[in-house]
Design a protein around this ligand. Structure first.
Ligand SMILES: [Zn+2]
Length: 346
């Protein structure tokens, strides 16, 4: 081999070495899931929200003391390279039982309140990033802050357009039942596997998956680079999973099966696990284990292996409550939904 040939091979070797090191560092960085949650507000003035860094790009913003006792988890992904901030759900609109709170607007909080977990900057410091907002579904505790983002695209599932139509939204959001005004916003209804883009058309590497069941418009969001699946109210741990009268356990089962196969495919060629964060309580849990576990609990409910722990009337229908031994999963839904799912299995 000539000197030049040796030099070329040396350079190629070094380049691929550096390439691998860069790739390796990137993987390590992506795998570093942080998930430390501060339960108390740490800001001055005090806000209706508390925030913790969830992943290298994403924060979880929680309404810690809302008057509805929902404690929704709002996810905020910063994508400076595309000039975009992705907001997953907008919570209960900041109505808080904490009388010392000065900031109740989610948008004001994001733009003005400096956070230790973001290096002392506001999440959208200087309003540098444009918003893209997604509603995992139309229930009031996920959309009451939407009007604050009426100057930005608001994405919802196109699975059942009539379910989220202006005529039906007051009932299906549960706002009518709660006696609160329904927020006015014009969602852009997007199809299954839609890739979310910036205002200028740059892909964020984040996808929408239709996962009907909790409601017909329920969706999940998958952040491919960080291998994080956001599933809204499809499931969570420790707090009661609630199906409204418009829900379907049969459709939910099909969506869970879809997510299981989706996660398996995502994990096929890489050692890194897909993790899952939910609309309430659960953060960064291994997705496949969680999906299989919740499916097993629901199978027990439908097969009659879980005893009914409570009964109550909700929106004119008899509801039943189940609590798994150990308390990991609990369910409350109209009894009709369990009976319909049982029928499907026969
Ligand atoms: Zn819900």
């Amino acid at each position: 081999m000539s000197c030049v040939g040796t030099l070329v091979w040396l350079l190629v070797g070094m380049a691929s070495g550096f390439g691998f090191m860069y790739y390796y560092q990137l993987r390590v960085k992506q795998a570093k899931i942080i998930c430390e949650f501060q339960p108390k507000p740490e800001t001055t003035p005090r806000a209706a929200f508390t925030t913790s860094r969830l992943t290298p790009s994403t924060f979880v913003v929680r309404e810690y003391n809302d008057i509805y006792d929902e404690h929704p988890q709002i996810f905020v992904k910063l994508s400076p390279s595309t000039g975009t901030m992705l907001i997953i759900d907008t919570g209960c609109g900041g109505a808080t039982a904490d009388t010392e709170v000065g900031i109740t607007s989610l948008r004001q909080y994001i733009e003005e309140v400096r956070l230790e977990c973001n290096g002392g900057e506001a999440l959208n410091e200087g309003k540098r990033l444009k918003y893209v907002v997604v509603a995992t579904h139309c229930h009031y505790d996920h959309i009451l802050g939407m009007e604050q983002f009426n100057d930005s695209p608001i994405l919802m599932s196109s699975h059942s357009p009539s379910f989220v139509s202006p005529t039906n939204l007051p009932t299906h959001s549960l706002c009518k039942n709660m006696g609160i005004p329904t927020p006015k916003f014009k969602p852009l209804l997007v199809p299954h596997q839609y890739d979310i883009r910036s205002e200028t058309g740059i892909p964020l590497g984040v996808f929408i998956l239709h996962t009907p069941g909790h409601t017909p418009d329920e969706l999940a969001i998958y952040d491919a680079a960080e291998k994080m699946l956001y599933v809204g109210d499809s499931l969570y741990e420790t707090e009661t999973i609630i199906f409204p009268k418009e829900g379907s356990i049969g459709e939910w089962m099909a969506s869970i099966d879809y997510l299981i196969s989706f996660v398996k495919t995502e994990e096929e060629d890489e050692a890194e696990q897909v993790r899952m964060s939910c609309g309430h309580s659960t953060l960064c849990q291994p997705a496949l284990e969680l999906l299989n576990a919740v499916k097993s609990f629901m199978n027990d409910v439908v097969a009659g292996r879980e005893p009914v722990k409570g009964r109550m009337s909700r929106r004119g229908e008899e509801n039943v409550q189940y609590v798994q031994l150990g308390g990991r999963f609990a369910l409350r839904c109209p009894e009709r939904l369990v009976l319909e799912a049982r029928q499907l299995n026969q």
